[in-house]
Each structure stands twice: as C-alpha cells, then as structure tokens.
Design a protein around this ligand. Structure first.
Ligand SMILES: OCc1cccc(Br)n1
Length: 446
C-alpha cells in the first residue's frame, strides 16, 4: 500500500482511489484447465462461425432457443454407460441440489418442450448455439468446454426430418467452402441393431447399453467389445451376427441380410432417395457401424467425417423418439444434431479455408487541442448516428501515436478536429490509404 495514496498514482487533481488494503495474491491469469479465452482475433473467428450457424438455421426456418448452462444432474443420469455420463461436470449446490454443467443441449430442449406442452404447435424447429461442458482427467489434454450448434425438429415422425437436418449441415459446409470431397456423412439406423437383437430375443432393455458398447468399435479392441456385449447379456451367436451386420457398407447387402420388410431398410432407403432429391447424395454413405454414443437415439443416426480421416467426427445426430418420455413427458417424434466449434476449425485450417477477419474501423476521430475534446466527441456522435464505426481518441496524444493507432485498427479515415477549422464549422478528413486530405463542413460530414 502507498499510505494515504494522496500523492500516489500520478493523477492530476482527480480524487485518488481508496488505498488497496490487502495485498492481493498473484492469481493465475490463464483460464481454468480445459477452457479457453476468446481474445479479439479468436472472438472474430467464433463470431464468424456462429453467424454461419445462425444464418443456415434462419434459412431453414428454425427459431433460436437457449437454456441455462447449469441444469439438474437428473437430465443426464442415464444408465447405459455413456462416456458423457462418466465425464459429467456435476456438483452439489449450496441448496444441496445435484446440478451439472450441461454436457449437451438435447436434454434441455426436451425439458423445455415438455414444459411448453400443448402451448406450442408442432412441428417445432428449434436451434441453439451453446457452451457445453465435460470433466475429463486432463491427462488426455482434451478441452472441458466447447460450443455446440444444435438443430432439432420435434413432431415429425417421417425421415424427411432427418433429410432436412442433413441438408442444413451440407448448406453450412458449402457456405464455408467445404465440399463433398472434403467431408462426408456416414449414415445408419439403430433399427438395424434392434432388428438383429430381436432375432436373438435380446431384451429391449439392453438396447441402449448395446448401442453404447457398439459405438466403441474402432476406439477399443474388438475382443473388448465382444466381452462387454457378452457381459451385458448378449449371446455369443448374437454378438458374432451383430459384428457381421455392423461391417456392412451397402444397403443392398443389408436388405439381403435383414430382408426388405423391416423399418431399418425402409427408413434408410427413403433417406437416400430424399438425399438425391435434396441434391446431396454425393455427401452421404451407408455405414452400419455408425450408432453414435448417446443412449437415447432410436432410429436414423449420422455423423460428419473428414475424408482424410485425420480428425474426430465433425458433427453427429439422429432420431430420438423416446427421450421425452424418459423425463415423464408424452413421447413426441424428435431428431436433431450437435455440431462442435473445435473440429470444424481444425478442418478449415487444414483446407486453408479460415476467413480473413481483421478489425475494420471506418473512422478515427482526434482532437488536435485538449479544448476540442468535446468537439471531437460531437463529431464521433454525428458519424455513429449514421451507423459509422468510430474510434474516438480519448486523451491528448501526439499525431504520430494517432497514425500508429489508425494503422493498428485498420481505420479508413482520420478525422482531425483543429481550432482554425472548427471556428469555420469544418473538420479535416484524411483518407489513410491514399493520403488524400480535404476539409468538410460538419453538417456535411458523411
Ligand atoms: O463432445 C463431447 C463434449 C461435451 C462437452 C464438452 C466437450 Br469439449 N465435448
């Protein structure tokens, strides 16, 4: 502390702030482990990305919604052994309530749909862009938060809903310069699994758990997959047939195995036919091994992947017709997807598609005399009322400093407020790119 602070701080005459009474401990200026700051440059990229998410959602007639980042833990307590459950960022609040930082947006959306009940007309087409959390041991060095774009259609049982959602993601990819040679969608249906399990009289109650185990294909050794399936109660014979079917990559082959009468083949055929009509058939392929890692999917599932195979899934989604009833609501047909903000940026970097997003300020306004600070503020207001961006120099600075700042903020024009001009109702305008300079009447400044 510097005593009474009367003479400290170099403030000319202004009331000195109260003395700092306790010595603050030196804090870690980095954000908590696994989280990110968004300084201006990173924030411009994030704003650009979210703007594209929102523009596509608007094009498809979706309405934006949002929910608290903090939700009741009960929304995410599913017993199927999902990774998302093991990594729940949960705690007990001061009211002894079990709460969690949301790991995904879909349960919140389901909660709001139930809350709204009959007061909303179907179908609902809602989208959200929200931060989601997981608590992972940092040994894996992965982040603990990311922003997810979600689009969901509630109240449409037909596969046209899934086709529409995939179309919206393709529209996003095209907007940012990504093509079908960069990215594809692997598509399947959980009804494929269901139909195989039914053949072996595997109880429906095991369905979600089996899906979560199957989702680990390619992530853990197949022997572990088999062991987990058997310990979950699936017979050896069923396991073998299951893994056989999951390796199928052709709808024709799938139909040979399952027959053409089941819903799985019918849904998938309809989706691929719709993809032709929508004009994105080249973007999608059937892959029976796709089940996705969330317990509540019940039908079509899909995930966006980079064709070079270097990155994790870009996005993923599917049909979840039973989720509402698990929360005590009436079931409604539902489907949606989640699209994270991290893998897409890695892909854009890889493909040289990151946009040039520098700061652009149209005007920098500077008083040439300390007595003209008010006049400069007036000039700034006049320009801002015309929706022009203005960086107003807020203290008396040498011109060299002003020109340096003008360059840093990429200003287009420098507006100088000088005594002699101001007396004549004029200001000096300098176009910084060309050096052209001229006087303008204040009431003609545009
Ligand atoms: O992709 C699953 C997920 C959920 C929350 C936060 C992060 Br990072 N990742």
């Amino acid at each position: 502390s510097t005593g009474d602070n009367g003479g400290g701080g170099g403030r000319s005459g202004a009331l000195a702030p109260p003395p700092i009474t306790e010595v603050l401990q030196k804090i870690d200026v980095n954000p908590p482990k696994g989280t990110r700051d968004f300084p201006p440059e990173e924030m411009r990229l994030r704003t650009w990305l979210f703007h594209n998410f929102r523009e596509v959602s608007r094009l498809f007639g979706f309405e934006e919604v949002d929910f608290p980042v903090l939700e009741s833990e009960a929304l995410y307590i599913r017993k199927a052994g999902e990774e998302i459950r093991d990594q729940l960022y949960c705690f007990e609040d001061r009211g002894n309530r079990r709460v969690a930082l949301r790991p995904e947006l879909t349960p919140s959306l389901a909660r709001l749909v139930i809350q709204k009940g009959k007061s909303v007309s179907l179908p609902l087409k809602w989208f959200a862009v929200g931060q989601c959390w997981r608590y992972e041991r940092m040994t894996r060095g992965r982040r603990r938060e990311h922003y997810q774009w979600n689009m969901d259609i509630i109240g449409v049982p037909e596969v046209t809903a899934e086709a529409e959602l995939i179309s919206s993601i393709v529209t996003f990819f095209k907007r940012v310069g990504i093509t079908a040679s960069d990215v594809g969608f692997k598509v399947s249906s959980r009804k494929v699994l269901q139909e195989v399990l039914r053949r072996y009289s595997v109880p429906e109650s095991l369905f979600s758990k089996v899906c979560i185990i199957i989702d680990k294909i390619g992530k853990i050794p197949v022997d572990e997959i088999k062991k987990d399936l058997k310990s979950a109660g699936v017979s050896e014979e069923a396991v073998e047939e299951l893994l056989q079917v999951l390796s199928i990559k052709s709808l024709t082959k799938l139909e040979e195995i399952l027959g053409g009468a089941g819903e799985a083949v019918a849904d998938l055929k309809q989706l691929f036919s719709l993809a032709e009509k929508f004009g994105y058939a080249e973007w999608i392929e059937f892959d029976a091994s796709i089940v996705r890692g969330l317990a509540y999917y019940t039908g079509i599932v899909f995930e966006g992947f980079d064709r070079e195979g270097k990155l994790r899934a870009i996005c993923g989604g599917g049909r979840y017709d039973r989720l509402l009833s698990t929360f005590g609501g009436d079931d409604l047909p539902a489907c949606g997807f989640g699209f994270g903000d991290a893998v897409i940026v890695e892909l854009l970097k890889d493909r040289g598609l990151l946009p040039e997003l520098s700061l652009q300020i149209e005007n920098i306004v500077c008083a040439l005399d300390v007595d003209l600070q008010g006049a400069a503020a007036r000039v700034a207001s006049i320009l801002r009322e015309q929706s022009q961006t203005v960086d107003l120099v807020l203290e008396s600075k040498p011109l060299k400093w002003v020109f340096k700042r003008a360059a840093r903020i990429n200003a287009h024009r420098l507006i100088l407020v000088g005594n002699s001009e101001w007396q004549r109702g004029m200001v000096v305008v300098k176009i910084l790119s060309s050096g052209e300079q001229y006087e303008v009447k204040l009431d003609e400044l545009v």
